[in-house]
Design a protein around this ligand. Structure first.
Ligand code: AMP
Length: 547
């Protein structure tokens, strides 16, 4: 073998920091506080403050590999921990503030967090589980709102903490394979599991997120991560923006549609990313007030985390001229795995075909590989029809969980079992039909809840639809649909069935509809089908008994 003779330059986040300071010192970072005031800063200032934070963490005794947890909304100081902790050799661990305090206690203990950085507005939450966490020695409080009462003896003000330090830090040279961040899965079944991103995986992921055919983050962009920084590293957008030098806009805790639209218009956001429920709300508001917000700067809205219905993607484009990029990923995949773009060779196809591509979960981004397998482990054909479990591999796909839990998710030949049931067509576009645990098995046949939801959400009166399995005496399971209607709109069971019946075999149609004010959600905004099954799992059995 002839060895390559190129430098073995480490792929670490330290480079992003240095690059931001060297080239983009003037570029802006804007953060919205809980009281809605906007704090304006620059990458130059961010660099200096991050260096001070690293110095302060070192002073506190934080050493390589130690976990520094955050319990924070999206804002600049959170970004300082995102970069500062890993670049000084520690590991940032983002705690999901929507979880139950007991779950947070479990996760913080499991990760053995040593320091926790908490927004003052979230101190009441922290104090609910602080007693359960044995490993945390220091609590650094981000003053995002006025103080209420005296801090306890372990709580230190973030600004006072970093103030004495120099605005330079002797960044250590790090092994690119060392840990940079830990994120926990949302764990709707069983305990959450830790996924440990390395510097290398995060750097490679960032390079691909900035690729023109993926999200394509550029220096000239203004990036708004609506997706929380505790949800799979906000899909890598904070790192992508720092590497590219893009203006960053952080929304803080105000994630309601009017607040987001105000921010997008005022800051001339070009890329915004969030889960479908956020965008469904925004689209409804835009439809009610066309032209109220000037959104002409937007280049792309990235939607992922759960399936974006075609009606949503089409509604943004056809009624408001806004392009949607649909992406699939998981905490275990750092997280972007696939992304839906219409290939050039398909660009002259009819609109329905192109929408079909855009509303699919797309195909794997560079360096991620995809396949789907049957229940007996056979690799399935890409015919667009055969359903199987999606497996992926690549340099930013987990090879194991923290403390080696869940080994059954990793195959002997080096793939990760996603738990998503998909079809893959000849072009490679994959379509998620369900999480494997949500598949509806009616008399031995599989029914895709996602396909039914997409069809229902194209009805003009339907805001949200979640289809799930209810127990059935004859067919074992049958589909039941939970529906949230748009404000002031009405629809009956028969109207909804009539709207979708031409698209599906008769046995796919929901047996019944339940109308709700809101569909229960997971901590990251997905439909919580376990809760729906708990509430309505016996709905059809009861009906049978009543008939
Ligand atoms: P999490 O690790 O919490 O982000 O959850 C990952 C799971 O979210 C995936 O395994 C999918 O089931 C689901 N998911 C993520 N993105 C999409 C998408 N674009 N369409 C459908 N499901 C998605």
């Amino acid at each position: 073998m002839l060895a390559g003779r190129m430098m073995d330059f480490p792929l670490t986040l330290t480079h992003f920091l240095e690059r931001a300071r060297t080239f983009f010192g003037r570029n802006e970072i804007v953060s919205r506080l809980p009281d809605k005031t906007l704090v304006r800063s620059t990458y130059g200032d961010f660099y200096r403050r991050t260096a001070k934070l690293a110095g302060a963490l070192h002073r506190l005794g934080v050493r390589p590999g130690d976990r520094v947890a955050t319990l924070s909304w999206n804002h600049q100081r959170h970004l300082e921990v995102y970069l500062g902790a890993p670049a000084m050799g520690a590991v940032v661990h983002t705690l999901n503030l929507r979880l139950h305090p007991n779950e947070l206690g479990y996760i913080a203990n499991h990760a053995e967090d040593k320091v926790v950085v908490v927004d003052r507005s979230l101190l009441p939450l922290w104090r609910k589980f602080a007693d359960q966490v044995r490993s945390v020695r220091h609590v650094i409080v981000v003053p995002d709102c006025p103080a209420q009462g005296e801090p306890t003896s372990t709580e230190i003000d973030y600004e006072e903490f970093i103030a004495p330090e120099k605005d330079e830090y002797p960044w250590p040279s790090l092994d690119e394979r060392s840990a940079a961040m830990i994120c926990y899965t949302s764990g709707t079944t069983g305990n959450p599991k830790g996924v440990v991103y390395s510097h290398r995986s995060t750097v490679l992921h960032t390079l691909v997120v900035c690729n023109a055919d993926t999200i394509g983050v550029r220096e000239a962009d203004t990036v708004l991560p609506v997706v929380p920084m505790f949800h799979a590293a906000a899909w890598g957008l904070p790192y992508a923006a720092v590497m590219a030098g893009s203006k960053l806009v952080f929304p803080g805790p105000h994630l309601d549609p009017p607040s987001l639209l105000d921010l997008i218009a005022a800051e001339k956001v070009t890329i915004a990313a969030g889960v479908p429920t956020i965008w469904l709300g925004i689209l409804q508001l835009l439809d009610q007030h066309p032209g109220k917000w000037n959104l002409s700067a937007i280049r792309s809205t990235v939607i992922g985390g759960s399936a974006a219905p075609p009606a949503l993607i089409d509604g943004f484009k056809s009624r408001h001229g806004i392009d949607v990029t649909h992406a699939w990923g998981m905490t275990e995949t750092n997280p972007v795995g696939t992304l839906a773009r219409v290939k050039h060779a398909l660009s002259d196809r009819d609109e329905a075909t192109k929408l079909g591509c855009k509303a699919s979960q797309g195909y794997a981004v560079p360096f991620v590989e995809q396949r789907h397998v049957g229940e007996d482990g056979t690799i399935l054909p890409w015919d667009g029809e055969t359903m199987g479990e999606l497996e992926v591999r690549g340099p930013w796909v987990a090879s194991s969980y923290f403390s080696d839990e869940g080994p059954d998710r990793f195959t002997a030949d080096g793939w990760f079992k996603t738990g998503d049931v998909v079809t893959i067509d000849r072009e490679g576009y994959l379509r998620i039909t369900d999480r494997s645990k949500d598949v509806i098995k009616s008399g031995g046949e599989w029914i895709s809840s996602v396909a039914l939801e997409n069809a229902l959400m194209s009805h003009p009166a339907v805001l949200e639809a979640a289809v799930f399995a209810a127990r059935h005496p004859k067919w074992t399971e049958r589909p039941l649909a939970a529906i949230v209607l748009k404000e002031g709109k009405a629809a009956t069971r028969d109207e909804l069935n009539a709207h979708i019946e031409s698209k599906f075999a008769k046995f796919w149609l929901p047996d019944d509809y339940v109308f709700m004010a809101q569909i229960p959600r997971t901590s990251t905004g997905k439909f919580l089908k376990t809760k729906l099954r708990e509430l309505y799992g016996d709905h059809l059995e009861k009906q049978g008994a009543a008939e």
